[in-house]
Design a protein around this ligand. Structure first.
Ligand code: ZN
Length: 258
């Protein structure tokens, strides 16, 4: 064979039997964050594994709910149900504690482990799953756990021999976040949203490499979001148009591992 064999683009051309690994920090990141990425890949026949670093113990309980006692256990169960809704066949908990958005780090917290340590854990999973595509959140919402998983995934894949899986970050583009800020300011004037600098929100639009229409899996995404009953969805209260802009379109950035 002397013909040039084009390398298949595993993000755009998903086929049955492809393997995807989605690494997130907390239960609900897989649904609120990148649920449509999972649902789309699964609907096209990929085997999707969700790796969740923590049980989300530091999450904020939805107002009005009674104290569930062990919030981590509740959220772990929500994760399993949501992943099933999205079509992910396997869920792995990595055993760290939720670092919370800020404050001192408890023993065992994800951000108390250095990036190489978390990378080694992820690399073990990558060697087991042998994914074609690895997906993480880009962390542009500023949560330190999200940024930690992102950094660990980059470090884990960088050390692998070629051919490496394609690493893709799920992004919240700045233009969309500006629309969100405008709507929040109109809906809830006098809140902390007023302090936000629009220029600092989300991912610079120029860094987005792929915009995918995922409206076909919106029902699955909504069903997965609804499974996280202990949490308030970030899309709650948004107008229909903006909600659709968040949920029916994926903004992704391919990561070069040089
Ligand atoms: Zn999270």
């Amino acid at each position: 064979m002397t013909s040039t064999t084009a390398v298949r683009d595993h993000l755009l051309d998903v086929r049955p039997g492809d393997r995807w690994l989605v690494a997130v920090a907390h239960p609900d990141d897989e649904a609120f964050g990148c649920g449509s990425v999972i649902a789309r890949a699964a609907a096209l026949g990929a085997e999707v594994t969700v790796a969740c670093a923590t049980r989300g113990e530091a999450g904020e309980l939805r107002p009005g709910l009674p104290d569930p006692g062990d919030l981590g256990a509740v959220r772990e169960a929500e994760l399993h149900r949501a992943a099933a809704r999205l079509g992910a066949g396997r869920v792995e908990l990595l055993g760290y504690r939720d670092s919370a958005f800020a404050g001192d780090l408890a023993a065992g917290a994800l951000c108390a482990a250095d990036v190489p340590e978390v990378a080694a854990v992820l690399r073990g999973l990558v060697e087991d799953v042998r994914p074609d595509v690895v997906v993480v959140l880009d962390g542009s919402d500023g949560h330190r756990d999200h940024l930690h998983v992102r950094a660990a995934a980059r470090a884990a894949l960088r050390e692998l021999a070629e051919p490496r899986p394609l690493l893709v970050e799920h992004c919240l583009p700045n233009a969309l976040m500006r629309r969100w800020l405008d709507e929040m300011r109109a809906l809830r004037p006098g809140t902390a949203h007023l302090d936000l600098d629009p220029a600092s929100l989300g991912r610079p639009d120029g860094e987005i490499t792929d915009v995918l229409d995922v409206s076909g899996v919106l029902d699955r995404r909504e069903a997965a979001i609804a499974e996280h009953r202990s949490q308030t969805s970030p899309f709650e209260g948004l107008g229909a148009e903006l909600r659709a802009a968040f949920l029916a379109t994926d903004h992704l950035a391919r990561v070069g591992l040089h």
